[in-house]
Every structure is written in structure tokens, then in C-alpha cells.
Ligand binder design. Sequence first.
Ligand code: ZN
Ligand code: ZN
Ligand code: ZN
Length: 250
Amino acid sequence: MKITFLGTGTSHGIPMLGCTCRVCTSSDPRNQRMRPSILVEADKHIIIDTCPDFRTQLMRHPIRRLDAVLFTHWHADHILGLDDLRPFNYWQEGAIPLYGSAQTLDRIKKIFSYIFEPGPYEGAPNVQTRVIGGPFDLDGLWVEPLKILHGKLEILGFKIDDFAYITDASFIPETTQAQIKNIGCLVLNALRYKPHPAHFCLEQSIQQIERINPGRAFLTHIAHQLEHQEVEGCLPSHIRMAYDGLTLEL
Ligand SMILES: [Zn+2]
Ligand SMILES: [Zn+2]
Ligand SMILES: [Zn+2]
């Protein structure tokens, strides 16, 4: 299985519009972060979240077929590239399955009402929502939803084989920690140095990683306070900063 980080930035992307800080103006491409998403390639191609940069991301990492989208939650930085699924409808038969919690899919249906209302606009993407009620087989890949809290909102991370992807978490319940204890590879969000009500800050993220004890871990959903090389220099060697375009062979 191959993982490609399509985007590793927080909701506004890095550089942030109008910002002249050292990270937003950095010449290190690892400090330029699109909104968060990953591509999972096994026998199938799966995307986790269709962020507003979805089209640009897939221009950089072209795929001809997309078998499913998994949604962590319905916030704009995770769903607003949804309409850009349309080209795949030209290249492949059938509706593209969209997996998410009942609440996430319900919100997506409201936000993209023109796709889901009766007699939809004929130019709308051909998609089909599938509510995640527990672990499920996705065309041969075993996917376990991971319940986490994002502020007060319950959202999902995903465990696929020996890999787990968690973004936008501010709390990981004991049951979820047990699900991913000692996992081979963990991706976890780390926003900035200062605490935030709805996202782990760097220190909290490192504490969580120590508890979960993965073989290796990668940080994502990163804001412009964190300079890539500087932060990585302070991290233990099994924890790395993810960056756009980073690929992992698992
Ligand atoms: Zn987010
Ligand atoms: Zn900045
Ligand atoms: Zn969010």
C-alpha cells in the first residue's frame, strides 16, 4: 500500500493569504501546505477528504481512476473539492462511493444540495453516499473507523491495515487508542505550538503519539507557526513532519 500526502496544511492553507511571516514566505517547498488530504493506493485508489485544493493536488499526482472517498468530517477544508470528482465520471462507470458518518453525509447533502436533490442538475458529479456504521470491507481493504473528538464534534479517523490517519483531533478516546495501539504507521494532526480548542497542538500530538506507540508517526494539518526543518530538528526520529507530496510505502 502506498500513501501520498496530497495536502498537509491547516484550513486556510500555507501560505495564508496576506501573511508575510517566515513560513508563509519560505522558499522551502515543505513549508507550502495545501489543505489536508491523502491518497491511498493499494489495488484501489482511495482519497481521504476532498479538500478545496483537490483539483490542484490531483494535477500533481494524477490518477485515472478513483474508487472511493472517505470523509473524516464535513468542514469546508475537507469537503469543498467534492464537485471536482466529475472528471472521474468521464473515465469510469458508475457512481463514486462517498463514505462518512451519518452526520457528515447529511451535512454534505445540505451543502451540495444540487447533487443530491431529486432530479439533480445533470452536470453534477455522479456519487453515492454510504454511511459508515462500523468496520467494513472496501473492495478488499479492511477499513476501521476511528471515533475521535474535534472540539465538541465527533468525527472519524481511519485505520487501514497497519496504517491510521487521524486529522482534526483534539481528543482520542481510550477505545480508539486501544484500536491503534502499537500500529505500524500513524498520521496525526499537530496545528501549532499554542493550544487550540479543536485541534491538538504540537506538544499534545507528541504526547498522544507516545501513548499510542506507533512504529513511526507523521504530523499533518499544520499551521504557519510551525517551520518544517526547525520542528523536525526537535522531534524524535520516529516522528516526522509530513509535507505535500511525501509518499510512504507500507
Ligand atoms: Zn481541518
Ligand atoms: Zn504566515
Ligand atoms: Zn475540521
